[in-house]
Design a protein around this ligand. Structure first.
Ligand SMILES: [Zn+2]
Length: 458
């Protein structure tokens, strides 16, 4: 790292966080230490935090008081993560319906609301307290650190953008300054035409990033373009992939274009980074100090059990530091493969997760036939979660796009106009309709899909 990078990492970032009363740096130090803890120590950390969470939820939220009483449990009856099976799962409908009753009536109070559209098109809002946010930040930096990414490095974020840029010029300038100080370069990854990919390659040559953080499929598409056009003029650049699954063929493409340092991560807007790949590249380590992640199989009779090693099941997450609006055994809609607990070749005991299934986003076509990532809809739908219970987008064989929305109340005209403007920008030349419907039927395998692309008529 050069001198400015060192200054950022050693002085400016810790000072900045301290000024804002954020313990991020202390938490990072703690997590750097506990990543080497034994499995007994990790179990003890999780048990202590879980007992605190359950006690707080019992005393201060109506929802969890009722849930625990129905299960015949008091505030001190859960001793460790293995006892979580005694509590019911929290599905998305219940999450939505319990937003008020899960809110704790004692500090720490929620200071942040995050909305997510997820991969199934059922929007959710999650609220959390400041402490939870600091843990999220520290957990992300640790996970990124396994890929060699340190604060202060020049980073290219090849990522999706929000619908509306920050309004005032002052705010835009502030965000811009923040990115420049932290040396972050952001490039929108949703357009996938050769012209756009060539622009990204130019930016890589000019900016010389020390790390690339990318949506997995976007990164893989870029990598294939780099190899196909012989554009690689750089050595190894570590690539941190997120938001979508990294398949073996994607990893090969990324390795060819950017070198062998390819790292998959798994996160969500509800709890942020849940798992990240280490230097041993053998599954993703869970952030056990911040969450309890279970892989669960629901039986036809309504009961559920932990998935066996090698078996796929539903991802269930408990956020250990969100006391303001507890999230306990939340079914986030993803499926993953369970792995037997064992020590990783890197030396860490942090449990590992197998592949995440079904995290793949469809690719649409704009009016000129250029590919456009379906991720634009994950981003778009976040902005209409207040007015929609479910949504889905279908690109028909004739290229027309239909946005199906199950409204919760009314779709405001300004929201409608904003959606159409956004889509006009990303899908130029494609007619778009917005259709209010009563229900969105399940697709094949009983799964609801956010984006459906019908093959083009020939
Ligand atoms: Zn490892």
């Amino acid at each position: 790292m050069d001198l400015y990078g060192r200054l950022l990492h050693d002085v400016l970032f810790p000072g900045f966080e301290a000024l804002r009363n954020r313990p991020t740096v202390a938490l990072q130090r703690y997590l750097d230490h506990t990543q080497w803890a034994s499995s007994d120590e990790l179990h003890a950390i999780q048990s202590g935090l879980l007992r605190r969470l359950i006690r707080h939820a019992w005393h201060h939220t109506r929802h969890y008081r009722e849930v625990l009483e129905r299960a015949g449990l008091g505030p001190d009856d859960l001793r460790g993560p293995e006892d979580l099976v005694r509590l019911p799962l929290l599905d998305k409908d219940t999450l939505r319906a319990s937003r008020e009753t899960r809110r704790a009536d004692a500090p720490p109070y929620a200071v942040i609301d995050k909305v997510s559209s997820g991969s199934t098109g059922e929007p959710t809002t999650v609220s959390y307290n400041a402490e939870s946010r600091h843990w999220r930040d520290a957990t992300r930096w640790r996970g990124y650190g396994w890929a060699g990414y340190r604060i202060g490095q020049r980073a290219l974020h090849y990522w999706g953008f929000g619908v509306t840029p920050p309004k005032s010029r002052w705010k835009r300038a502030k965000v811009e300054l923040d990115h420049r100080l932290k040396r972050d370069l952001y490039i929108d990854c949703t357009p996938r035409s050769d012209e756009h990919l060539a622009h990204v390659v130019d930016e890589i040559r000019r900016y010389r990033p020390e790390v690339i953080v990318t949506y997995s499929q976007a990164g893989a598409t870029l990598a294939r373009y780099v190899t196909r056009t012989g554009a690689r003029t750089w050595g190894t650049i570590p690539v941190i992939c997120g938001a979508e699954r990294v398949f073996d063929h994607d990893r090969e493409a990324l390795t060819e274009a950017f070198g062998p340092a390819v790292f998959e991560t798994y996160g969500s807007r509800e709890v942020m980074l849940m798992a990240a790949e280490c230097e041993a590249h053998d599954g993703m380590h869970l952030a056990m100090e911040t969450q309890i992640l279970e892989v669960v199989v629901r039986e036809p009779d309504g009961s559920s059990r932990p998935a066996a090693p090698g078996e796929a099941g539903e991802v269930v997450v408990t956020d250990l530091h969100n006391l303001a609006s507890p999230l306990i055994r939340y079914l986030n809609g993803d499926r993953a493969v369970q792995r037997a607990p064992s020590r990783c070749a890197c030396g860490r005991w942090l449990s590992r997760l197998g592949p995440i299934e079904g995290r793949v986003t469809e690719t649409l076509r704009d009016g000129a036939g250029n590919p456009v990532s379906g991720l634009i809809f994950n981003i778009l739908f976040v902005y209409i979660t207040e007015t929609a219970k479910q949504f889905q987008v279908v690109q028909r064989a004739d290229d027309t796009v239909v946005l199906r929305i199950v409204p919760d109340g009314e779709i405001r005209p300004d929201a409608r106009a904003q959606m159409l403007a956004y889509l006009g920008r990303y899908l130029p030349g494609v007619p778009v309709e917005i259709e209010a419907v009563d229900d969105i039927p399940l697709g094949p395998a009983g799964k609801r899909r956010l984006v459906v692309v019908e093959p083009r008529a020939t």
